[in-house]
Design a protein around this ligand. Structure first.
Ligand code: MSP
Length: 661
């Protein structure tokens, strides 16, 4: 009989910057599930890849003076290097620039058009004429201007194709609310309330304003825009509508798509709608996790971002603590659906408690005692005793408990289940006191039983841990005298697999205990150099990110400059604009009775950083509304090299309203 199949996917990543520990989460999680399923005997297809088209890539390549293809080739090489470093056992790697994917996407687009689900319409957005670019409201800079050249944008229209979503609204609502497609389920209602109840909007699926994309075959000035290109990867990688692979029948529908919460909507609504429109069966599950956030020194959680300098480099962590340790840590910390805060303290405490003191200590104590009392080889004599059955029961029940967690994509819980056996076994050592038995010749048979039971517990624990920590567990097997064939999934459901006269081999300490104070000091120093170090792993094209001033605007006469009236103003009050992460609303004393200015600097300044300070404003700018709040002018701030903003403060205390020339 053919093996049962299991198809699992990560999102395809944008190759637009350094991969960081946040990117590792989904990939390590999917890898662990894929390995577990292979161990269970499934024929697994584990897919990952890169999402390589779009305006952003086109621009980055231009900045670096390379072609978009050269640019993405450089970053894809880093992603692949990271995945190999993290021991990611993907079966297939899709690049949306692969010919077969392009061919399939063109056919999918045409099929949707022929069925009447794609139609030509007009896309309305903010357009920057000098840059010839459309921007969405949220992409605009703090003054509502073009994020590239900071000149004003205009409302404009562009011809575009749209995907009709409304015919699928009822079916999608049922999928979300009445099936277990979406995990965790509690996110379903919010999706329905926010996107389906108000009426599903049609999706813009083509663009004419940039060219780095898959051309629409029947209208060549259009390229396919983002989601039809990206989401299709899950089927094109199996050979849907192309001749590169013949695996669609075998693996589709996918068992698990795993994504983070920011792209949940696309996978929970748009992807099912596309599949419904194409008459393709729906995937079985969408598992949505939160973000790994960075816990800063003040205890605040921040999104990892290059401009905040808090990006955690997986290469650096792997070098210091070992790749398996990092894999364990990120999976153990994050509950499905929730965010998880990353800090060096949390990580080191976790490594010390679970791995060094918990599992590592269990292995080293057991092996050391077998070595000390029996010269490494257990004798055949046995004597059962108190506590044995309780340990054996815990060991024998753990596999089913872990299976249930894996099947529901709850990896944190799977690891917790495995560690119930670690804790039980360590407790068994305290209960049976083998060091006392070792001193008494007449207790040798009892001692042999105790050590054998411990070795068996370790065999089952390490077998079940091996998908999560694939390079360390073979070292455990070596130490406890197990062969790979002892450490199978089938044997993880049994007790008494190791030979009765098993021979252990003392080996290296698997998880050295970390001196937390010393380590934190060193890590804090490293954080400073972190970015530079991450760059060392990057391709030449990424390395070339030295500061280059923005291009000079065309020459103007003094009379043009004189039109701008710049004044000194005092910040009297300042608060965040509700519903906006970027905007601050400032009440100013401008020397003319006061005014309100809204500025997009909330990512870099807190209200208290500005209150009481003198700043410079453009005082005769036409009022505009930002996020519904009126702004009477704008604040002068310089671009920082890392993409932030630095407010300009006068270097002496000038009266409010002083003119700047
Ligand atoms: N290209 C799209 C996905 C298309 S899938 C058909 C994309 N790419 S991405 O590179 O921006 O992000 C890929 C995934 O990495 C997303 O699920 C994103 O949320 C996740 N993560 C990025 N930073 C992360 C953390 N700090 N923590 C956890 N996941 C993070 O979106």
């Amino acid at each position: 009989m053919d093996k049962k199949t299991f198809y699992i996917t990560t999102p395809i990543y944008y190759p637009s910057g350094d991969p960081h520990i946040g990117h590792c989460y989904t990939t390590v999680a999917c890898d662990s599930i894929a390995r577990y399923k292979r161990m269970q005997g499934y024929d697994v297809m584990f897919l990952t890849g890169t999402d390589e088209h779009g305006q952003k890539i086109e621009e980055k390549a231009k900045e670096q003076g390379v072609t978009p293809q050269q640019y993405v080739d450089g970053i894809v090489a880093i992603f692949k290097k990271l995945w190999s470093y993290m021991n990611i056992s993907y079966d297939r790697y899709i690049r949306t620039t692969d010919d077969y994917h392009i061919e399939s996407v063109q056919k999918i687009f045409k099929a949707l058009y022929d069925k009447g689900y794609i139609y030509k319409g007009k896309y309305t957005g903010k357009y920057c004429t000098p840059c010839e670019s459309f921007w969405t409201e949220s992409q605009l800079d703090e003054n509502g201007c073009c994020p590239e050249c900071h000149r004003p944008v205009v409302e404009a229209e562009e011809e575009a194709y749209f995907f009709k979503m409304s015919p699928f609204a009822d079916r999608i609502e049922k999928l979300l609310l009445e099936t277990d497609y979406l995990r965790p389920k509690y996110r379903a209602q919010e999706l329905v309330n926010n996107f389906i109840k108000p009426g599903l909007e049609d999706l813009c699926v083509s663009r004419t304003s940039f060219s780095w994309g898959i051309p629409v075959t029947f209208d060549e000035k259009h390229v396919v825009y983002v989601w039809i290109d990206a989401l299709s990867n899950y089927i094109t990688a199996l050979g849907y509508e192309n001749g590169a692979y013949g695996d669609f029948e075998k693996y589709w529908p996918a068992d698990v798509h795993m994504v983070a919460k920011d792209i949940m909507r696309f996978h929970a609504i748009i992807w099912p709608a596309m599949l419904m429109a194409l008459d393709i069966p729906l995937p079985k599950h969408l598992a949505v996790h939160g973000w790994i956030t960075f816990l800063n020194k003040k205890g605040e959680e921040q999104k990892m971002s290059k401009s905040l300098g808090n990006v955690v480099d997986p290469f650096m962590l792997g070098e210091r603590y070992g790749v398996d340790t990092i894999r364990y840590h990120i999976l153990r910390e994050m509950a499905l659906g929730a965010d998880s805060a990353f800090s060096n303290e949390i990580m080191i405490n976790r490594i010390n408690s679970d791995l060094a003191n918990g599992f590592g200590n269990l292995v080293s104590r057991t092996v050391a005692m077998a070595d000390k009392y029996f010269g490494g080889t257990l004798p055949a004599e046995r004597e059962e005793g108190e506590f044995d059955q309780s340990l054996i029961d815990t060991v024998l029940s753990v596999r089913d408990r872990v299976n249930a967690c894996i099947d529901e994509t709850r990896l944190k819980n799977a690891l917790e289940e495995i560690f119930t056996v670690v804790d039980r076994a360590n407790k068994y050592i305290d209960e049976t006191e083998p060091w006392k038995l070792g001193k008494d010749e007449s207790k040798k048979a009892r001692l042999a039983s105790v050590l054998y039971n411990l070795l068996e517990a370790i065999r089952v624990i390490s077998t079940l841990l091996s998908p999560f920590m694939p390079s360390t567990m073979p070292k455990v097997w070596e130490q406890i005298g197990a062969t790979e064939s002892d450490a199978t999934y089938e044997n993880a459901g049994k007790f008494g697999v190791l030979p009765e006269n098993v021979t252990v081999h003392k080996g290296e300490i698997l998880f050295p205990r970390i001196d937390i104070d010393k380590e934190i000091e060193e890590l804090n120093a490293i954080i400073e150099k972190n970015m530079a170090k991450a760059k060392a792993h990057l391709s030449e094209s990424e390395k070339g990110e030295e500061f280059a001033p923005a291009e000079l605007a065309p020459e103007i006469g003094i009379e043009d400059f004189a039109k701008a009236d710049l004044r000194v103003a005092l910040v009297k009050e300042c608060e965040k604009v509700k519903k906006s992460k970027k905007l601050l609303c400032l009440q100013l004393d401008d020397g003319f009775g006061g005014r309100q200015v809204v500025s997009g600097i909330a990512e870099w300044y807190k209200p208290e950083d500005l209150i009481g300070k003198k700043i410079i404003i453009v005082a005769n700018l036409k009022p505009a509304k930002l996020c519904g709040v009126e702004s009477q002018g704008m604040i002068l701030a310089a671009d920082t090299p890392d993409g932030g903003a630095s407010v300009v403060f006068p270097d002496q205390d000038l009266p409010c309203g002083s003119k700047i020339r």
